[in-house]
Design a protein around this ligand. Structure first.
Ligand code: SF4
Length: 356
């Protein structure tokens, strides 16, 4: 029976993962992926969000969004993905709208497979926007943690009341359930809710959510006990889903994005600067990554494929950004080990159940 991997097993697994490079670098599906940071504005202030939010800061311009897409299209890979990130991307709707139309019709796409991932908290989603998105190869990453009480606890509203924010979120859920648009619910658990996997999963099932993904919050301090409890809850969810999937896809069966702390995607910031994405999604806690994860500016970059670093390099750069004994280095090392623990637990369970 699959058990919670020990810290020693997780450390060994991490070394194996680092040796494999990256699934995007030839060992896997041949995907190249770019993220566009559209805006730093957001209606919410989630406790686990480490992106620097600012309501009146600059947004990505239409021209820079197009230049980022041109850069992605120069990739030689057969599958392309573009992800919109923020802040809340729908708050820069005109840029988002233009970028989707531009990408889908780009002359350098050359018939290649394309997925456009729109991250949203749902607050600004409308029927018209859903109808527009449904005409394109869009997948919605609906960042949703459950009921109103859960949101109030971990995802405080900022630009409107908690009740009004959740009313909009609930409306977005109804709109998505009634549309042809592909979407999945992405739930994030902070250390304070390490036992919450099953509750989030049950809530998703009760709503008829078609696709679901559970995540732990990265860039935060997790005790070994909290990590173990999260993994235990995740395994319980996976077992339940294996026995009765209820028609819902559970993305956690694919663990090839672990450790999430070492996400190797590239992101264009609102000013056209290109980084490995940890520089943005960890920026409030790990601001020094803005220097060490910097890959250039759209003004100067011509080729996309050489930009992505292998995981081992990302790991070395991230660890070496912070001195030995520092809090930051401790969190980096712990979070990477946590990711390897999750990866190993899922693999062992999938093997036990004959799924791999
Ligand atoms: S996680 Fe998303 S919705 Fe929450 S504050 Fe950050 S950008 Fe906004």
């Amino acid at each position: 029976m699959a058990m919670i991997p020990s810290p020693e097993q997780a450390t060994k697994r991490l070394a194996q993962i680092l040796r494999r490079g990256s699934v995007n670098l030839g060992g896997g599906p041949g995907i190249e992926r770019l993220m566009l940071m559209l805006t730093r504005s957001c209606e919410l202030r989630c406790g686990y969000c480490l992106v620097q939010k600012e309501e009146d800061a600059q947004s990505l311009s239409v021209e820079d969004a197009r230049r980022g897409i041109d850069l992605l299209m120069r990739s030689d890979r057969p599958c392309l993905e573009l992800q919109f990130f923020g802040g809340e991307p729908t708050r820069a709707w005109s840029v988002l709208h233009d970028a989707i139309v531009y990408t889908a019709n780009h002359p350098s796409r050359r018939g290649r497979s394309l997925e456009i991932l729109v991250t949203t908290n749902g607050v600004g989603m409308t029927a018209e926007r859903v109808a527009f998105l449904a005409d394109y190869p869009v997948m919605i990453l609906f960042s949703l943690d459950g009921d109103a009480g859960t949101h109030k606890r971990f995802r405080a509203a900022h630009l409107l009341s908690d009740a009004a924010a959740y009313e909009n979120i609930d409306r977005c859920l109804t709109l998505l359930m009634g549309s042809d648009l592909a979407w999945f619910m992405n739930a994030v658990l902070p250390p304070a809710d390490a036992d919450g996997c099953m509750a989030r999963y049950r809530w998703a099932r009760s709503q008829g959510v078609p696709r679901f993904q559970l995540n732990y919050a990265v860039g935060m301090r997790w005790s070994q006990d909290a990590m173990d409890r999260y993994v235990e809850g995740l395994l319980e969810v996976l077992r339940h889903h294996h026995d009765d999937d209820g028609g819902m896809k559970l993305f956690n069966w694919r663990s090839d994005c672990e450790p999430v702390m070492l996400s190797d995607d590239l992101i264009v910031d609102v000013d056209g600067t290109v980084y490995h994405d940890g520089a943005i999604f960890l920026e409030r806690r790990f601001p020094a990554l803005k220097q060490t994860y910097l890959r250039g500016h759209l003004d100067d970059l011509n080729a996309f494929d050489p930009l992505r670093w292998p995981l081992a390099k990302l790991y070395d750069v991230m660890v070496e950004t912070y001195p030995e004994g520092s809090d930051e280095r401790g969190i980096v090392l712990d979070n990477c080990r946590f990711g390897a623990q999750v990866d190993l637990a899922i693999l062992a369970l999938a093997r036990e159940l004959g799924r791999s």
